[in-house]
Design a protein around this ligand. Structure first.
Ligand SMILES: [Zn+2]
Length: 202
């Protein structure tokens, strides 16, 4: 816990004085972020850092694998869908971004099996991404196969987002834009995930 407290003290002494007016305005007027990012919980891929965003700028949801599930309004606990609903229907974000990444443990767990000690929830959760396996047949170099699957998982999450009726409606009305990226931790390069491949963002 000491590292957290040390970090807080640095924030309080260095960041807070410079950012105080921003925080006070956000507290007074509330948040109105234009972008929602669905990212992975991986500690190396912080959307605010990758996109150079400041507090109040992006509404962030992080989960294992940066996954968006399909629309399933039932009595189960849907933390991810709840955040999507809040971002799209309440905050009315203009951009909805899925940020996958290289060396994703969630994608790896889906493709190669979840760690045995993480079978209560992780295994079932990452199964959402299973259809992405079709994009990368078995065999070949494992690292490049997983990278192919990671990109396909981003495409799958974007497709799943369109199963939410109010997401689809907002996209069709031109009020909401969906896009996908994959962050390469090793090189620090952000790749835009397109239907037919990936392109490095200049
Ligand atoms: Zn990940």
């Amino acid at each position: 816990m000491d590292a957290l407290i040390e970090g807080y003290r640095r924030f309080r002494s260095a960041t807070w004085p410079a950012e105080r007016a921003r925080y006070e305005a956000l507290a007074r007027w509330g948040q109105s972020p234009e972008t929602m990012v669905i990212a992975c919980s991986d500690s190396r891929v912080d959307p605010q850092t990758v996109f150079g965003a400041v507090p109040g700028e992006i509404f962030v949801l992080r989960n294992i694998g940066a996954l968006a599930p399909p629309y399933e309004p039932d009595a189960h606990y849907h933390g991810t869908s709840a955040a999507i609903e809040f971002g799209v229907r309440v905050l009315k974000v203009k951009k909805l971004v899925v940020l996958g990444h290289g060396q994703c443990g969630g994608v790896r767990a889906m493709a190669l099996g979840a760690p045995p000690e993480a079978r209560d929830f992780v295994a079932q959760w990452v199964d959402i991404a299973r259809p992405a396996l079709a994009a990368a047949p078995n065999g070949g170099d494992e690292r490049s196969r997983l990278a192919t699957i990671e990109a396909e998982v981003v495409r799958l999450s974007l497709a799943n987002l369109l199963t939410f009726p109010w997401v689809k409606e907002a996209v069709e009305a031109g009020r909401l834009q969906l896009c996908g990226f994959r962050f390469d931790i090793h090189t620090g390069v952000l790749l835009k995930v397109e239907p037919d491949g990936e392109r490095a963002v200049e």
